[in-house]
Design a protein around this ligand. Structure first.
Ligand SMILES: Cc1cc2nc3c(=O)[nH]c(=O)nc-3n(C[C@H](O)[C@H](O)[C@H](O)COP(=O)(O)OP(=O)(O)OC[C@H]3O[C@@H](n4cnc5c(N)ncnc54)[C@H](O)[C@@H]3O)c2cc1C
Length: 437
């Protein structure tokens, strides 16, 4: 019997039983087996979604992670076709030495190809390259009782659009082909600059985003008053010269889950203050390897365990440009007042490149993401934050969510009915059950 599977935040606490698929040809039989016994299921990638979107309503998932073979690569054109359980890190491992990189990557390289498509993930270059879905050429989709169907924007436009950002509900992605981006070096030239408040963040973003491939800010979410939104702005570009080496530094790990969270208000205040002070006032240039730049949290395996057995929730919203600065001020004010918060909150301007995905999360505006240890006092705080987001015309990210109301979801994602119409009726997540009820 294999160990139970969870989502990254371990909230809600819904252990999943995983049925493993060793070969693509086994997917239909495995799917049939779970559906016959339990009525419904859901594909599970590597459980890097925080909330309940990767948890099957039946608590019985089809574990795709062992489907991790490369099917076809073309280093002239920079295309990779691989099984859906292949992780983004595994793709980088073969692509970097050939001078190619993922055109879009989230903040973890442990996400799988299938998971990256199903959540239409975005990264630090959303303002230039859109979402992961913008770089998907085609994929193989298995719907219950059918053969694997090759989907693309031209051959099956509706299923293609519904599956990108489709939360795993339109079918099981067996394989996918993506277009990579050429690079000359795996090193990143980055510039860091400390800023004192939210207005300075928006000024820096307006000045720097269009000049750099990557842009993101880490902020101290507990700073109050005229320090609200202070943080460190980071931009970066692939170096033009240097090696095409992979980063193979050994990783540390949190060995076990403590009974209670190691994150408390004292440690949060101290850490946020120290992190901000650590960075000099002047702009600082650094050349860094790609791993610490894109995936700082991946260097500590199982870091989610520090939140203890109750787990944690991430709150990620995006607010349209017109209301962004005012709404961010209100959100950060409410968070600082509550005294609850994150080690590092992430602020990022999203661009206006349209995703092919029907239910894609990013929209032109500013995104804020923070982690909160799970406790009862989160609910009133989230209620307040949700009201600010809704009033500002923003929305929450399903990949991170475990609390959004059905009303807020349906208002923010009016195309949900189109996805529901194309959903494979044998696929159902706890998330979808919660928000469409
Ligand atoms: C440290 C960290 C940083 C992150 N940073 C970002 C970020 O910057 N930007 C961002 O967008 N996200 C970010 N995320 C979220 C993460 O990238 C997404 O949740 C991603 O989808 C997880 O992929 P996974 O393979 O683990 O999929 P899972 O979490 O297992 O599943 C996610 C969804 O994909 C579906 N799915 C998985 N495999 C398949 C398949 N083969 N066929 C059909 N559906 C499938 C599942 O049903 C589920 O709906 C981050 C997560 C972590 C832990």
């Amino acid at each position: 019997m294999s160990s139970p599977l969870y989502s990254w935040g371990r909230y809600p606490n819904r252990p999943q039983t995983g049925m493993t698929c060793g070969w693509r040809s086994e997917i239909p039989a495995r799917l049939e087996q779970i559906i016959t016994a339990h009525g419904s299921t859901l594909a599970y990638g590597n459980g890097r979604s925080y909330g309940d979107s990767c948890l099957a309503a039946s608590d019985q998932v089809l574990n795709m992670r062992s489907l991790d073979r490369f099917i076809q690569v073309d280093w002239q054109q920079g295309t990779v076709m691989a099984e859906a359980g292949t992780t983004l890190g595994e793709i980088l491992a073969i692509a970097i030495p050939q001078g190619w990189f993922l055109p879009v990557t989230p903040g973890t390289q442990f996400a799988t190809l299938g998971g990256a498509i199903a959540n239409d993930v975005h990264g630090k270059n959303h303002h230039l390259r859109g979402t992961f879905g913008n770089h998907v050429r085609r994929f193989g989709l298995l719907r219950h009782g059918q053969e694997i169907l090759t989907c693309s924007a031209t051959t099956t436009p509706e299923l293609f659009a519904a599956t990108i950002g489709g939360l795993g509900l339109t079918g099981v992605i067996a394989w996918a082909e993506i277009q990579l981006m050429p690079i000359r070096s795996s090193q990143i030239n980055s510039t860091l600059v400390r800023f004192d408040n939210l207005s300075e963040f928006f000024a820096l973003s307006a000045e720097l985003d269009h000049k750099h491939e990557y842009s993101v800010a880490w902020i101290d979410c507990l700073a109050k008053g005229d320090k609200t939104g202070r943080g460190v702005f980071i931009v970066g570009d692939h170096a033009q010269y240097g090696s095409l080496d992979r980063d193979e530094r050994p990783k540390r790990q949190v060995p076990l889950t403590p009974p209670i969270s190691l994150i408390n208000n004292l440690s949060l205040h101290a850490f946020n203050e120290a992190y901000w002070r650590l960075h000099p006032i002047q702009r600082t240039r650094k050349r860094v390897s790609y791993e610490p730049f894109f995936y700082p949290l991946d260097s500590i395996l199982h870091w989610n365990r520090i939140y203890g057995r109750r787990g944690f929730q991430q709150y990620q919203c995006v607010i349209p440009d017109i209301a962004a600065e005012m709404a961010m001020r209100e959100l950060l004010g409410a968070i600082a007042d509550s005294g609850q918060g994150s080690f590092l909150a992430v602020l990022k301007r999203c661009g206006d490149i349209t995703s092919p995905g029907l239910l894609s999360f990013p929209q032109p505006g500013t995104s804020l993401a923070l982690d909160f240890p799970q406790k009862a006092s989160l609910f009133p705080l989230f209620k307040r934050l949700d009201a600010i987001v809704s009033e500002a015309g923003g929305r929450l990210y399903p990949a991170k969510d475990a609390h959004m109301s059905g009303h807020d979801f349906r208002k923010a994602y009016p195309d949900w009915e189109k996805l529901e119409a194309l959903r494979d009726p044998t696929l159902m997540s706890h998330f979808w059950k919660r928000v469409i009820a």
